[in-house]
Ligand binder design. Structure first.
Ligand SMILES: [Zn+2]
Length: 274
């Protein structure tokens, strides 16, 4: 009986285990550094709605390796509501999404945006035209194409950015500083809107500048059509144009970042940072 071979066997077994655990550690370290990069791999593509017409406007599609959720952000439905337009134009170039798909239409009614007017033509409000009609006037066709884009991309959430000439708290006919949803019976939508508003209000001191959740379904609006015709939760965010433009742009960006965090498209630390 010679005990040596068993001892050798045990030693080589131990060495093998040490090697194995070293390899596992190296792989873990590599994965730790590589995975966040893989997860945040983002590509941007552009398509156009109303292509070949005066209303041709770009749609930016920001994709990651994780398709879901898909969020559509629209601004420039009303061309003189600048804060949302500038916020989406900033975000499409600067945001680093971690998951999901973002579909951004910065200037929905591009002619109204270029002319700095609410509606173009002045007597047709895009936000009362949904779901649109391919056989109707140019704005009807525009609404129809945006509506179809929501269907095509199987959107999970619609965000429509607006601005108002007055604070809701001073005149309830205007919606400045509100987050509007289309149903008060939708517990999920109401509670998530309330928590977004709570977050937005944290750094606002002046009472009239604070946001509140409003329930106001308006037939023919982008949000109404998304919610009632396609079953897509929709949020309409409104700042008040009596506040400085730079503040309003920051507020739109902040609002979007909070929403994108809540839907797991952005990591939390991005909200406080740039
Ligand atoms: Zn508007």
């Amino acid at each position: 009986m010679n005990p040596a071979p068993t001892g050798n066997k045990n030693m080589s077994k131990n060495r093998l285990l040490t090697h194995f655990s070293k390899i596992i550690s190296i792989i873990s370290i590599l994965l730790f550094f590589c995975l966040p990069q893989i997860a945040s791999l983002q590509t941007t593509s552009i398509e156009y709605i109303c292509a070949g017409t005066d209303y041709e406007t770009p749609v930016y599609i920001l994709k990651t390796n994780y398709k879901e959720p898909t969020i559509m952000i629209i601004s420039g439905t009303h061309g003189d509501e600048k804060a949302g337009i500038q916020a989406t134009q900033y975000l499409k170039d600067n945001i680093k999404t971690e998951k999901g798909t973002l579909i951004i239409i910065p200037r929905a009614n591009i002619l109204a945006c270029e002319k700095n007017v609410r509606n173009f033509p002045s007597d047709i409000n895009l936000n009362r035209t949904y779901p649109g009609n391919p056989e109707s006037n140019s704005v009807g066709k525009l609404a129809y194409e945006i509506f179809n884009l929501m269907k095509k991309y199987d959107v999970d959430l619609l965000i429509d950015l607006h601005e108002s000439i007055e604070f809701y708290k001073r005149n309830p006919e205007n919606y400045g500083q509100t987050l509007v949803i289309d149903s008060g019976d939708d517990y999920y939508l109401y509670s998530i809107s309330s928590s977004i508003v709570e977050e937005m209000n944290k750094e606002i001191i002046e009472d009239s500048n604070k946001y509140q959740v409003l329930v106001d379904p308006v037939t023919g609006s982008t949000a109404y059509s998304a919610y009632y015709q396609l079953g897509i939760p929709a949020l309409t965010f409104e700042t008040c144009r009596k506040l400085p433009l730079s503040f309003r742009i920051d507020e739109h960006i902040k609002f979007l970042k909070i929403v994108l965090y809540k839907w797991n498209i952005l990591p939390e630390e991005i909200i406080s940072g740039d």
